[in-house]
Design a protein around this ligand. Sequence first.
Ligand code: HEC
Ligand code: HEC
Length: 131
Amino acid sequence: MMKSKQGPILLVALIAAVTLCSLSPTQEQPKREKAKNLKVMPKNSTHEEIDSVMKEFKTALGVRCNFCHVASKDDPKKMDWASDGNKHKEIARDMMRMTNKINKKYVKVTCYTCHQGKEEPLLEPATAATR
Ligand code: HEC
Ligand code: HEC
């Protein structure tokens, strides 16, 4: 009879399906280390969130990551992202606080609104002498 032959096969398939489903959560990508030194962004920010903010900073100021971050003391080939050893990082934090305030009280601005790809925005129109 068909039924009695298919029964065990269906059972094996069912067990396989259940096993695969219960395995998948453990097959998640390994979690990267959590951010250690966030003072302006939410402490539980994901790496994706941090990455997208950092890329925005890079473009807005026309700089590389090392404009605000220092290399690791143990391995100069690696960056120490959590370190506050670069003074530009603390300036950037003040700028983030300021930008958040402007956004809450006045209009939507980003780093790029003022910086336009430069480290220091022009405070006045360039004169013939400074152009
Ligand atoms: C204009 C300055 C600036 C630039 C450029 C910049 N960062 Fe940052 N970065 C910061 C600041 C400020 C913080 C801390 C934010 C806070 O306190 O909420 C930070 C935090 C981080 C953190 C979290 C570290 C931790 O554990 O606390 C990572 C990772 C990071 N940056 C990576 C990058 C990468 C990668 C780039 C280049 C694509 C980059 N940053 C470019 C200013 C900068
Ligand atoms: C309302 C305009 C404005 C916005 C918005 C703004 N900045 Fe600035 N930023 C300035 C001005 C003006 C200066 C230069 C004068 C000063 O240092 O006070 C500056 C200077 C800086 C410096 C120091 C540069 C140097 O050469 O030392 C950093 C770093 C910086 N900004 C990062 C940021 C980041 C990151 C953001 C977005 C979170 C941001 N700024 C948003 C106006 C702005």
